[in-house]
Ligand binder design. Structure first.
Ligand code: ZN
Ligand code: ZN
Length: 240
């Protein structure tokens, strides 16, 4: 897995927002925030050859670069390349057509991607040859999902954005690697409905799920991290 972008809702200096590339046998991209497409182009020198993209939720830092992906596919270097699958949260096809109407034209995303909705808790096989299951998590009032990606032998779990919840342990369950957000310095400075985790809360979820390795991400660089945690940085590669 390559951390393509690890920034939170605002970019860290020089950073890309959420994007995690899982390779083997095909290429699977988890989230596609602003900055991710340029980084993917840097990785392979041309236009990305991604088999499947899976989006956790509709905050822009997790999907914004799907928009320039369309422009590059329509009139740029992506022209003529095969359509990647684009797996969206439930009812996502309607949502992305609505965004299309406002940002370009109604079926702009369908012109570039093979658009599908996933269902909560129903495993789906991606064109990258990896199985994914989406588990619903709390994130303010927005519908969002944590993802488990498996090749049958190994599992990578990804929290997306989430407040604390027992289901985070289900996302992390026995995973070889748990990529978990740790946006906050302290458990709940925001007040009200929870949307994010502190590092300690991420660790608690990881331990409750029995994950073998925890990689924290989505962390503002202004918020120092206590010792003993592993923090994602853009470009980090991990073999699972
Ligand atoms: Zn986010
Ligand atoms: Zn979010």
């Amino acid at each position: 897995m390559t951390v393509v972008g690890s920034s939170p809702a605002w970019p860290n200096p020089g950073g890309a927002q959420s994007g995690y590339l899982v390779e083997g046998p095909g290429q699977l991209l988890l989230d596609c925030g602003p900055g991710v497409l340029g980084r993917l182009r840097e990785l392979n020198g041309g236009w990305p050859r991604i088999d499947s993209v899976v989006i956790t939720h509709w905050h822009l830092d997790h999907w914004g670069d799907l928009v320039p992906w369309v422009w590059g596919n329509m009139v740029g270097p992506g022209k003529g390349t095969e359509k990647p699958e684009l797996w969206l949260p439930p009812q996502g096809r309607g949502r992305i057509r609505d965004f299309g109407t406002r940002l370009g034209w109604e079926d702009m995303f369908e012109s570039t991607f093979d658009v599908r909705d996933y269902e909560e808790a129903v495993p789906f096989k991606t064109a990258a040859g990896l199985e994914v299951v989406a588990i619903r998590l709390p994130h303010y009032t927005l519908r969002t999902y944590g993802l488990r990606v498996s090749n049958g032998d190994h599992t990578i779990a990804y929290s997306g954005d989430s407040g604390p919840d027992d289901r985070l342990a289900d996302v992390a369950r026995d995973a070889d690697l748990f990529v978990c957000e740790a946006t906050l310095l302290a458990p709940n400075p925001e007040g009200g409905t929870r949307g994010h985790l502190s590092a300690v809360e991420a660790l608690e979820a990881s331990e409750a799920g029995g994950a073998k390795r925890l990689l924290l991400t989505h962390r503002p660089s202004e918020r120092p991290l206590e010792n003993g945690f592993e923090l994602a940085r853009d470009g980090l590669e991990i073999t699972v």
